[in-house]
Write a protein that binds this ligand. Structure first.
Ligand code: ADP
Ligand code: MG
Length: 223
């Protein structure tokens, strides 16, 4: 697909968040955050994500990928259940902390959505305590999430959405086996979203293994 084709396609894509079927408090929150309109990756991926599709999205750093999957998974949450319904895997603790913060901002007018960040390099004790209180969304690094699963402190049997953020970096860092083991502990029927800044062969292969009829979205050429 040529860059000009992508630009044309984007110019015809509705960019107002109000063109999506979002809850009114989410629309108000987005406005209060200063998100006047969708970024290109959001405009292309959010309608697909909200429709429940498996999406593989490629866009450069700073293009608003967190809100693309964040708004999607928050729209699908059942706040009345305290089971973990969404899991976001990130390559590093810093990135997991950033994603956790952005999800909490996006969820702030939504009733009591709990976002828990679970990363390595910190003691287990406080994480175990937090997990006992329940969480709707878990964000973390693959190694620590897998540790919790193996200890029985994390249950992913009600997972509805799995997000692999910066999937290319996670593969570069050698997390392939941890990610596969994690996915084995999740229900087969779920939405899997793969976000990446690049689209190497390894990402295509991973998508083919873990996603169901994925729709690819790439907006790198659009500014
Ligand atoms: P990426 O994951 O693609 O690197 P981020 O999700 O970290 O990008 O977003 C980059 C910045 O853009 C963040 O500061 C975020 O708050 C901001 N942002 C996201 N979506 C929008 C939007 N629709 N309008 C304005 N700012 C946005
Ligand atoms: Mg990001």
């Amino acid at each position: 697909m040529s860059p000009s084709h992508l630009t044309d396609e984007y110019s015809m894509t509705p960019k107002a968040f109000s063109s999506l079927h979002l809850k009114i408090h989410m629309l108000k929150n987005l406005a209060s955050l200063g998100y006047a309109e969708m970024t290109p990756i959001q405009a292309h991926s959010l309608p697909l994500i909200l429709a429940g599709k498996d999406v593989i999205a490629k866009a450069k750093t700073g293009s608003g990928k967190t809100a693309a999957f964040g708004i999607g998974l928050l729209s699908h949450l059942d706040a009345t259940s305290s089971r973990v319904q969404a899991l976001v895997l990130c390559p590093t603790r810093e990135l997991a902390d950033q994603v956790g913060k952005e999800l909490r901002r996006l969820a702030r007018f939504t009733d009591n959505i709990k976002v828990l960040t679970l990363c390595g390099g910190v003691p287990f004790g406080p994480q175990l305590g937090s997990l006992e209180h329940g969480a709707h969304i878990v964000v973390g690094t693959p190694g620590r999430i897998l540790d919790h699963l193996r200890r029985g402190s994390l249950d992913l049997t009600c997972l509805q959405t799995l997000v692999l953020d910066e999937a290319d970096r996670m593969l570069d860092m050698g997390f392939q086996d941890e990610i596969s083991a994690l996915i084995d502990a999740t229900p087969k029927k779920k939405q899997t979203l793969l976000f990446s800044a690049t689209y190497p062969e390894a990402i295509a292969a991973m998508s083919a293994t873990i996603q169901h009829e994925p729709v690819a979205v790439s907006v790198d050429e659009v500014h």
